[in-house]
Design a protein around this ligand. Structure first.
Ligand code: SAH
Length: 347
């Protein structure tokens, strides 16, 4: 693929219409429907289009998606990791978490990440660039295309792959609206979850979008000194500012916020920390997701008993809490393990 080649995956029907000068609006809507609702893999499968339009699309765009699958890995627990090549030689990973009653896709929003959280493999590999809305959506369309062949469909999308979604605000929002579009996949905003390390101003912006998107906030520590130690973003937006933005989000959307808390042995896993976390969140519309750390550096994961004890403290304080089921560790597809920036080194 040539760099900068135009693609249709990131465009609304009206934008497809204006890009394909002279094509009537109903044709643009048909193209959008084929791309998003039916998730077809080639222009030839857009059966209700005239042959000359299909030919034109093939000439101008060549491919329906602005990315290509390089390879996949499947975990013993059924988790699937996809490596996609982008047009400029960059690469991103996408993770499918199949369950009996739902198919959740974890998508990337940037090549690398600039946030530099100490415990995250993506941050360690540095930041390259933002993905376009088309590149974000295409991860979904590609996997949906594959699932369709098995008679399945994606039910939930989590923006929890590589990158900080709110640092790529415009493209992420556009991708959410595309996934939400009635002529497309029509995924309700409540089936979408955006996870952030805590960009307070963008949380406020998101609150004003009039979308019912779920917000997940990576907290990991409840005291500024501690949090800044592992998440540099905390120096810019300390806890007070972050939680005020979260409260504003709840106030505007009435949505329950999910607080992610990665448990690191000897650092933030003491029952006392659980109590402080409980106190901080008491009275807030929230849910706590405990993530046993997947060590990428010298961090260690607490024992199962220690994790259970942490959860119990929160339960006693009547804070809704769950322990995230660990998935895909064997194929490096678990939280914080995604690190691909380019095609080199994939195995
Ligand atoms: N940038 C966004 C989304 C990407 S990470 C964010 O920070 O929320 C998704 C979640 O995985 C975040 O809660 C992140 O803090 C967590 N995470 C990162 N590295 C991890 C690791 N090594 N073990 C467990 N969780 C990790």
């Amino acid at each position: 693929m040539e760099q900068g080649k135009r693609h249709l995956a990131g465009l609304f029907p009206e934008e497809i219409e204006s890009q394909l000068d002279g094509v009537p609006a109903f044709r643009a809507r048909q193209i959008f429907t084929w791309l998003h609702k039916h998730a077809v893999g080639s222009f030839r499968h857009m059966h209700n289009l005239p042959q000359d339009l299909i030919k034109l699309l093939e000439e101008v765009y060549q491919q329906v998606w602005p990315l290509e699958l390089v390879t996949t890995r499947v975990s013993t627990d059924g988790t699937e990791k996809y490596l996609f090549a982008l047009s400029d030689g960059g690469a991103v990973e996408t993770v499918l978490l199949p369950e009996e009653d739902r198919q959740t896709l974890c998508i990337s929003t940037q090549v690398g990440c600039a946030m530099n959280c100490s415990f995250c493999a993506t941050g360690r590999s540095g930041y390259e660039r933002n993905l376009t809305a088309g590149e974000i959506v295409a991860q979904v369309l590609y996997v949906q295309h594959r699932l369709r062949a098995e008679g399945k469909t994606l039910s939930n999308i989590v923006y929890m792959g590589m990158g900080e979604p709110l640092a790529n605000y415009e493209a992420v929002l556009k991708s959410a609206r595309l996934l939400n579009h009635p002529l497309g996949l029509n995924l309700g905003a409540r089936r979408l979850t955006i996870s952030t390390c805590g960009l307070a101003p963008q949380i406020r912006d998101l609150a004003e979008e009039d979308l019912q998107i779920n917000l997940a906030v990576s907290l990991h520590a409840v005291e500024d000194g501690y949090r800044s130690e592992i998440m540099p973003i905390n120096k810019r937006y300390p806890l007070g500012e972050l939680l005020a933005a979260c409260d504003y989000y709840t106030q505007r959307t009435n949505r329950r916020i999910s607080y992610e808390y990665a448990l690191i042995s000897g650092f933030n896993d003491h029952p006392q920390h659980a109590e402080e976390l409980g106190k901080l969140l008491q009275g807030r519309l929230c849910h706590v997701n405990l993530i046993p750390i997947n060590p990428v550096g010298k961090e260690e994961r607490p024992t199962a008993q220690r994790i259970a004890a942490f959860a119990q403290v929160l339960e006693r304080m009547r804070i809704p809490v769950s322990i995230r089921k660990e998935r895909g560790t064997d194929i490096e597809a678990a939280c914080g393990q995604l690190r691909q920036r380019s095609l080199e080194g994939w195995s």
